[in-house]
Design a protein around this ligand. Structure first.
Ligand code: HEM
Length: 472
């Protein structure tokens, strides 16, 4: 017998009550209600202001301080839970992984990224992940020849007369050149384009920048969207040609290597599927590492003491270009501060529970209704004094000499969706840092202002990384 609508509502409420009782859920302790309860318009305007002023991360820290590690924000239409509690984050990403998903990301980023690893859940995500994983086997990550080749091109663009250069700009080109070679079998060579003063050569990198800055509002891209589309088309065409070549048993790419684009082309010649999958991993592979490097060098340019310590450590290489193994031994080089994916979130797919945030002391489980958005701030978590000490906000690489972290330190995510490129990314970042330290005796900031965030999906410096470098 079919249930009536009201019986259905009662059944859903009963299930919610059972979950609450079974898990000892308490009402959420803290809430930050917007003044406008309908759609929270005042909060939305405030968020826009912070985005414009580059203060969203500061705001995230301030709200964490005022409302505590887990709080709710309710309007008449929906509830958002905001957390920086590692227990809750672990639950979202791992313990109750199947209760949470991306849902809104497809809506917001679908126009730019279509369906790929970054925008999909369930079977579709699983398929994308299986396809890309073999690209990151140790043997391929440990081959640093391409990094050195692109580094040499980047080096040729750094002035030798100590005049000012924006390293952030170069890092974005470096990572897109390396990622396209690593994942697609050939590089877009945007650094080489820059070297030759050929604007078309770096058009892909620039178009990507612009699309990132305004990813959720693709319709505003206009002319640049066209460049981006053309470049995407170039790789899609390459994939289809490769497939044809494979069909004729004369593939041109080195068969010993797992090249994501080549493997994808074996599975499909559907242009939309190819385009979406390629663009998704490119987004993941470029901005992240470039931002990590840009933020780190921004700080290093103001910390001659740390630069000197790095030079002392790197001197152990005797001037040799580092290998995968020698890089791993450079403990000091591998320390960092800014999580480049500082804010993130998941939608509850089902009624579910988070372990903390309820009751008078905020330590009891809380009930999470299906459809609730749970935002998590890795940025705030990484600056919590109870985990990192009173100097949590300081750049202090030495802290990593003794600190051992679990879910309190999460720059690369955790659980089944942990960053699939993590080893590649960390190798790439420490390779570039080490090579710069080898080549330059001193680095000097040429930016009088403080670090201001440029926050899209990742965070880098709004004013770039303007420095002068003194050859060793
Ligand atoms: C410092 C550099 C990097 C950082 C901090 C970083 C961080 C992250 C984070 C936080 C996520 C989780 C996103 C989410 O699920 O909401 C992620 C996912 C991912 N990353 Fe990275 N990433 C870095 C570099 C890279 C590189 C270089 C590649 C590829 C060449 C890459 C490929 C991916 C992919 C494909 C995913 C999606 C995984 C999935 O959903 O299953 N990442 N990364």
């Amino acid at each position: 017998m079919a249930l009536s609508k009201s019986q259905l509502v009662q059944a859903v409420l009963a299930i919610g009550t059972i979950i609450k009782l079974k898990n000892g859920c308490q009402p959420i302790r803290n809430s930050a209600q917007p003044k406008n309860p309908f759609f929270g318009l005042d909060r939305k305007m405030q968020m826009n202001r912070h985005a414009k002023n580059g203060t969203t991360l500061k705001d995230s820290l301030e709200r964490d301080r005022v409302y505590g590690p887990t709080f709710a924000m309710d309007t008449f239409t929906n509830r958002t839970i905001i957390t920086s509690d590692p227990y809750n984050i672990k639950t979202i990403l791992s313990v109750r992984f199947h209760d949470f998903g991306l849902s809104d990301r497809q809506f917001a980023l679908g126009p730019l990224l279509g369906h790929g690893i970054f925008t999909s859940d369930g079977d579709r995500w699983h398929k994308s992940r299986s396809l890309i994983r073999p690209n990151f086997i140790r043997e391929q990550i440990a081959d640093l020849e391409a990094f050195e080749r692109h580094f040499q091109t980047m080096l040729s663009l750094i002035p030798r007369d100590e005049s000012t250069v924006d390293l952030q700009d170069l890092f974005f080109c470096f990572t897109i050149d390396s990622a396209t070679e690593f994942l697609f079998g050939h590089s877009v060579e945007s650094l080489e384009g820059k070297r030759q003063g050929n604007e078309a050569g770096s058009a892909f990198a620039e178009a990507f920048n612009y699309a990132q800055e305004d990813g959720v509002r693709l319709f505003r891209l206009g002319y640049i969207a066209r460049i981006l589309k053309d470049c995407r088309a170039k790789f899609v065409d390459a994939a289809i040609q490769l497939r044809c070549a494979q069909d004729e048993e004369k593939a041109s790419v080195d068969d010993r290597k797992y090249v994501f684009l080549k493997e994808l082309a074996k599975q499909t010649t559907d242009r939309v599927v190819l385009r979406d999958e390629l663009l998704n991993v490119l987004l993941a592979g470029r901005d992240t590492t470039a931002s990590l490097l840009a933020n780190m060098l921004f700080i290093l340019a103001r910390r001659p003491d740390v630069w000197a310590k790095l030079r002392a450590e790197v001197a152990g290489l005797g001037g040799e270009v580092p290998t995968y193994e020698t890089l791993r031994n450079l403990k000091y080089v591998n320390a960092r501060l800014y999580p480049v994916v500082p804010l993130n979130g998941r939608f509850a797919h089902n009624d579910t529970v988070l372990p903390r945030g309820g009751g008078l002391d905020g330590q009891s489980p809380i009930f999470v209704h299906k459809g609730t958005f749970v935002a998590y701030s890795v940025y705030a978590m990484h600056r919590r004094k109870e985990f990192y000490g009173e100097d949590a906000n300081d750049f202090k690489p030495e802290r990593w000499e003794t600190l051992r972290m679990g879910w309190e330190y999460l720059p690369l995510n955790g659980g089944p969706r942990i960053c699939v490129g993590q080893q590649y990314a960390l190798t790439e970042a420490s390779f570039v840092a080490t090579r710069l330290v080898q080549e330059f005796e001193r680095i000097e900031s040429r930016d009088p202002g403080p670090w201001v965030e440029n926050l899209t999906l990742t965070v880098c410096s709004r004013n770039g990384t303007k420095v002068g470098l003194y050859a060793a």
